[in-house]
Write a protein that binds this ligand. Sequence first.
Ligand SMILES: Nc1ncnc2c1ncn2[C@@H]1O[C@H](COP(=O)(O)OP(=O)(O)OP(=O)(O)O)[C@@H](O)[C@H]1O
Length: 748
Amino acid sequence: MESKPAELATEIALEQQHFDLARKHRERARAELGEVPDAAANAGAGRRLAVFRRSRKEAIAPPEEQVAFGRIDCLPADPPGRSGVDDTFYIGRETVFDDQRQVLVVNWQTPIGALYYESTHEDPRGLRRKRTFHCDGNRIRDFDDVVFAQLATAVAALAEAGPDDALLAELDRGRTGTMTDIVATIQGAQSRLIRSPLDQLLVIEGGPGTGKTAVALHRVSWLLYNHRDRLRPQDVLVVGPHPAFTRYIRTVLPSLGDADVVQLDIDQLAPPVQRGRPEPAQTRRIKGEARMARLLARALENRVGTPEPAERMLFDGTFLTLSGVEVAAAVASARQAGGPYAQRRQRLRAQLADLVRARGGPTDPERLGPVENLLERLWPLQSAAAFLRALLGSRARLAGAAGDEFTADEVALLHRRGADKLSEQIWSNADLPLLDELEDLLNGVQRRYRHVVVDEAQDLSPMQLRAVARRCPTGSLTVVGDLAQSTGAWARDHWEEVTEHLPAVLPQVVVGLRYGYRVPRQVYELAAELLPVAAPDIEPTRAVREGPADPGIHVVEPAERAGRAALVAKDHALGGRFVGIVCPAACRSELEFALHANDLQWGRADQGELDHPINLVSPQEAKGLEFDAVIVVEPEEIVAEDDRGHRLLFVALTRTIRYLDIVCSGDPLPVEPGPDVTARIPRQRAVIEPDPDPTVDMTQLDRLAEDLATLITGNTPTSMWDEVLHRTAALLDTRADRPRPTGRHRRD
Ligand SMILES: Nc1ncnc2c1ncn2[C@@H]1O[C@H](COP(=O)(O)OP(=O)(O)OP(=O)(O)O)[C@@H](O)[C@H]1O
């Protein structure tokens, strides 16, 4: 600190004056926006201004929020682009002017904001001092100073400039199921990625919790601010892996003032159809391959018919004949024309109408019914869903389109019986990119974006990547992911396996983040034991902070596993923590039963919900999510669930910001296959032995039962004992407000 304790109060008071002044002017700006629509020249302009006013007002921080989180003092005559007059800048979420247009607070997205994030003792970037405020609302409690000149003498202590208090406080904040922005605590390496150029394909890689998603979202906000001449919020698409993730991140951009960015999960790129059809892994894999795009294109071309030697049509009682040769020429020219199927169909229609007119047929389009019939026979109207259902349902059509790119076995894997009615067809996840590809072949992409962010990109199939690529012809993309977390049918080991399916029009850059902000050191060290098996080439991240406790390892009998997991979850939830239970499919029903039996409500990530204190997620859905406390159920089953199961377990173990518990009857950390469970538990790790029932004293329970039996035997004939017990159970159910009476005392 530059200030001595005696001077601190005076210094805080001075800073507070500036904060109060800036807040006064921020509120003035909000009030002035209320007057804008009245000044509009006409109703349309008024509406546009109202929209502008609303979005601007939403972008203005609420009155209670602090106006700035930092301040930088430049060395004399060295502020960027200025002449040394103002050498102090307050950095906040938005620029605040006074009524003379003097800047009171500078927006974090400006080059001056960059100085705040990126200055270090090694490269102070022309700064003398950097100050970080600690506030309650807009009231300053305290501040930390980094005085760069002083640091020169203490470089060793600050080498690597470890996490500051503001960052640690932010990381320790309890989670709620929605991600928040990190504007006040962006770190230097993150800032450089956020501010890197728009015109590139940028891959941001890094271990779990290194801030990849946070960086990508702040990058969007920064790009929108700094390229507002050519990038509007609706020109940007953010693609996530599944609905729970999209819901988890959905508030970050609006909180940064960028509400209109389009955020979808990868499946939402496809046309809306009924989903949920299970499918064998082999079929999923084939459907994800890029050669499927060629199969679909050939299948569509195969649907184009061949004309008869002479095409006879009846117009108003008169026959008119077109020769097969001239119709075939029109079809050939439509085939060769570029563009989607529907557009080329229009072209054929126009050509056929011209031929009919040239033979003296009608000119009125209303009277060209026979041309429409011929067109429908030669170039039938198609919808993506109807076409794909028919294609997958026909071995002959599949074989015809497969060419020599697919074996007979592969064609057999693709073939399936479709539902009787199109409206009853249930589609698999691997069908969705096929439908999207077909939609493009038939009608062309409806919506294109100037910049696209793809999160958890390491798992996407080539067909999914094609769906992303065609929406981004500029090639300006931010691709986010971690190869060590790459699982499923398309588990990757190199980024080129992903980027080769994306537009190659701009330079490609892969940049890594190395510091782990989410996962506490103790938890990361445990999870990292998997890395030599899961992803030997990946460099481990460096966890920036300690957790409150070592991971809890609960080895129990199989019958007790679910109950124990439910109780551990309950304990965490009672402690006010946001809890995630990562549960493999094999244990899912027993766990749901145990949660129910313990009267616990839970959120289901498979339904896009993370809205309960306790949430149930599959290891696959856990990607990208985080919780205060995570309970990982039966690691051996998680490993068994995927060809790259160790990576899936690595994902599961790295979802916590504070507590981790593993509840299992098998090996808690199956680093390599082996029967000896206990030998696999790392030596220094505490194993929590199961007790008979962690919540109930059994002796006391027996005594209570004895008392009850004495009471019943003393007051009721033997024939009524069961009835008394039944009524007692019903009373207990009512008192406990159980949704479903247990009636468990009944022996029948
Ligand atoms: N500079 C920062 N200041 C405060 N919090 C941060 C910072 N960087 C990251 N975090 C927090 O760390 C957590 C992990 O960030 P994020 O989800 O972006 O990581 P990730 O690399 O995408 O993780 P995963 O690979 O697991 O998806 C989030 O809670 C995020 O807000």
